[in-house]
Design a protein around this ligand. Structure first.
Ligand SMILES: Cc1cc2nc3c(=O)[nH]c(=O)nc-3n(C[C@H](O)[C@H](O)[C@H](O)COP(=O)(O)OP(=O)(O)OC[C@H]3O[C@@H](n4cnc5c(N)ncnc54)[C@H](O)[C@@H]3O)c2cc1C
Length: 377
């Protein structure tokens, strides 16, 4: 058994850490305050090959493994969750369906721009009436004169409306008991994108409502076989969970580091608060839980890289890191006292950014349902 990262994986971690500290950290608070999507940062990440880490080089990606990808997402979330979710949603949800289920023509058309980060893609699964029960999709697509005529709506869709966005892959009902995936290019008549939604956190990430009314999409934009959409989106979510779990570890790590550094500087009763054992115990618990969470994430990623079943481990990693990031960020803010409650402190942003890690890509309850199913319950 070897738990060391390879040289290549270490290099990815180092490269992303340097980029995050030099390019993202100085502007993270401002992007959050202004709720501004960081197009320039996304372009720079693309130039470094970080917008398509697990996409093969022949399609314009970096040809890296899932472990490297998880490390990169962790490092981004350690500094800025909005940037991390932009990369994670683009890679795991936007680009991956085309890589996994697209035909040669679709791969040639979309992947080079997406995997290189010149353009972004979104994944439109959730609807106002279909969240945890994503199979209850009401959006319909009807085949007429070699076009799919789409009617319906989607909600909370990440990366759908940025100036870099090329397309969204949506699930739609193509028959009574049949769900299929369709690629809808941005700018298609009948496809309307709302203004950015106002959120508790992830302020610099792009989240939109989508409306389709008699939106005609070429028949050739069907992804994979007709009727395979349900199985396809479950597979996409399994992989995506590893990246959201990595975000939980990264956010917790960032929050822990802020708390540790603050505890060393803040003096009360004539001494830095870090000398009080109650404070040390909190920091020790945080560090321990983060290590446990990181272990779950890397194991799920490693299993995926070995071509072995990983869905249960990915759900466990997502559940555990979602909840652990909540505990860690709450304790980390607590250690900042009143200063932590002020928007000028970085920990306040981390606190707001955390909650969605227990909601997106399946709530904690949904992860428990997935795990229970794998346990044969
Ligand atoms: C910022 C943000 C970005 C997102 N990005 C995307 C995206 O890019 N693409 C996309 O398709 N979706 C996206 N989502 C949607 C996200 O995946 C859903 O919000 C999530 O799956 C939950 O669905 P819901 O919000 O409808 O909640 P609901 O499903 O209505 O859940 C409400 C509550 O009921 C609980 N619940 C539901 N069913 C059960 C059950 N059977 N047993 C026990 N408890 C249950 C849930 O756990 C939850 O606590 C995003 C969401 C957010 C907030």
């Amino acid at each position: 058994m070897n738990l060391d990262l390879t040289e290549e994986q270490e290099l990815v971690r180092r490269t992303v850490r340097e980029f995050a500290e030099e390019r993202i950290a100085p502007v993270a608070a401002e992007l959050d305050r202004e709720a501004r999507f960081p197009s320039d940062i996304v372009r720079a990440l693309g130039e470094l090959g970080l917008m398509g880490i697990p996409i093969p080089e022949e399609h314009g990606g970096a040809g890296g493994d899932t472990v490297s990808y998880a490390l990169a997402i962790e490092e981004l979330a350690r500094v800025d969750s909005s940037v991390a979710i932009t990369v994670a949603a683009h890679t795991s949800l936007g680009t991956m369906p085309i890589l996994l289920f697209g035909n040669d023509g679709q791969k040639r058309e979309w992947l080079p721009d997406l995997a290189s980060g010149r353009r972004l893609a979104a994944f439109g699964l959730t609807e106002p009436g279909a969240g945890s029960d994503a199979g209850a999709t009401r959006t319909r697509a009807e085949l007429r004169d070699e076009s799919w005529i789409v009617n319906g709506s989607k909600i909370f869709i990440t990366n759908a409306g940025t100036d870099l966005t090329a397309c969204v892959t949506i699930t739609a009902r193509t028959g009574e008991d049949e769900i299929s995936n369709l690629i809808v290019p941005n700018g298609t008549p009948g496809y309307e994108i709302s203004a950015p939604m106002e959120k508790l956190g992830w302020h610099a990430s792009d989240t939109r409502e989508l409306a389709f009314s008699d939106c005609a999409v070429p028949e050739a934009n069907l992804l994979g076989p007709r009727g395979a959409g349900f199985r396809q989106f479950l597979e996409i979510l399994d992989g995506g969970r590893i990246s959201v779990a990595a975000m939980g570890v990264g956010l917790a790590q960032g929050a822990y580091e802020l708390a540790r550094s603050y505890a060393g500087e803040r003096e009360q009763f004539g001494r830095p608060i870090a000398v009080f054992q109650a404070v040390q115990f909190r920091l020790a618990d945080m560090a321990t839980e983060i290590e446990a969470g990181r272990g779950l994430v890397l194991r799920a990623a490693w299993l995926k890289d070995q071509g072995r079943p990983f869905a249960q481990e990915a759900a466990m990693a997502k559940l555990y890191t979602g909840e652990l990031s909540g505990r860690v960020v709450s304790e980390a803010l607590q250690l900042h006292g009143g200063y932590g409650y002020m928007e000028e402190s970085a920990i306040a942003r981390f606190y707001r950014d955390q909650k969605v890690l227990e909601i997106g890509e399946g709530t904690n309850d949904v992860q428990r349902m997935v795990i229970a199913r794998h346990l044969g319950l």
